[in-house]
Design a binder for this molecule. Sequence first.
Ligand SMILES: Nc1ncnc2c1ncn2[C@@H]1O[C@H](COP(=O)(O)OP(=O)(O)OP(=O)(O)O)[C@@H](O)[C@H]1O
Length: 283
Amino acid sequence: MGDVLELNDVSVRRGAKLILDRVSWSVDEGERWVVLGPNGAGKTTVIQLVAGRLHPTSGTVDIIGERLGQVDVAELRPLVGLASAALDQRLPAGERVLDVVLTASYGMTGRWREQYEDVDTARAAALLDAFGVGDLAERTYGTLSSGERKRVQIARALMPDPEVLLLDEPAAGLDLGGREELMGALAELAGDRRSPVLVLVTHHVEEIPPGFTHALLLREGTVEAAGPLEEVLTPQHLSRAFGLELEVERHRDRYSARASRAHADDHGAHSAPDARDARDALG
Ligand SMILES: Nc1ncnc2c1ncn2[C@@H]1O[C@H](COP(=O)(O)OP(=O)(O)OP(=O)(O)O)[C@@H](O)[C@H]1O
């Protein structure tokens, strides 16, 4: 099969600002991508393009073989599931959690008078179960914790059985336990070959779930690197993208990054005496 997502020489301009500058990127069947980069690098803009919610200023965007601008986006949207903070804000706080998931079948946020088949209700309940929030189905959405909401959002995005699932910063705002539980759920999703193509946006290499295969690293609206995870997550690429010298470690199937010792020491020379004393004491 051909490419699932394809950006070819894509630029996005807003007024004087060039948000994306000649970005090319190709995602194939079965791949699990992470889109990584510092604040303002253009990650959300890329997601908006491949979700069919934004048109490029120049270049072409192909989504499951259909070119943006030449296809009815209403037909395309059920094929691309999206979970993002912006979408979360549109979900009614008073809605029953099961309905938050069910309404995604119609691409709606908020139940009106539509009728659902039993099979739809069963699927929504099964998705909530799969993400460990089945027991919250009868609660109202506004009463959930942020970690519970994230799981419900992913269940909702999967409801129409999309070909692609886009997750914009799914771990943002979660505490350590919540993040690790979400990582487990996403790792399972990544490992299941029936899952759609996955694209996950994050600022942190620690938030890359096991099973993800590729990374797109952005810097100031351009591609710093793209390809298999281990080729992209090098100290060189990450240091350039984030603008400081970084060390990168891999522990089994998870990554971590921090300022390199030399960089930290260099900055430490300018830090308060107390901080230096404390470091000296610690050796
Ligand atoms: N409508 C707009 N007009 C002008 N600038 C915009 C507009 N939308 C986005 N930008 C700018 O484009 C840049 C990229 O934004 P984008 O949200 O894609 O970045 P991001 O990598 O997702 O950032 P973050 O990690 O902070 O969420 C930012 O500098 C942002 O201020």
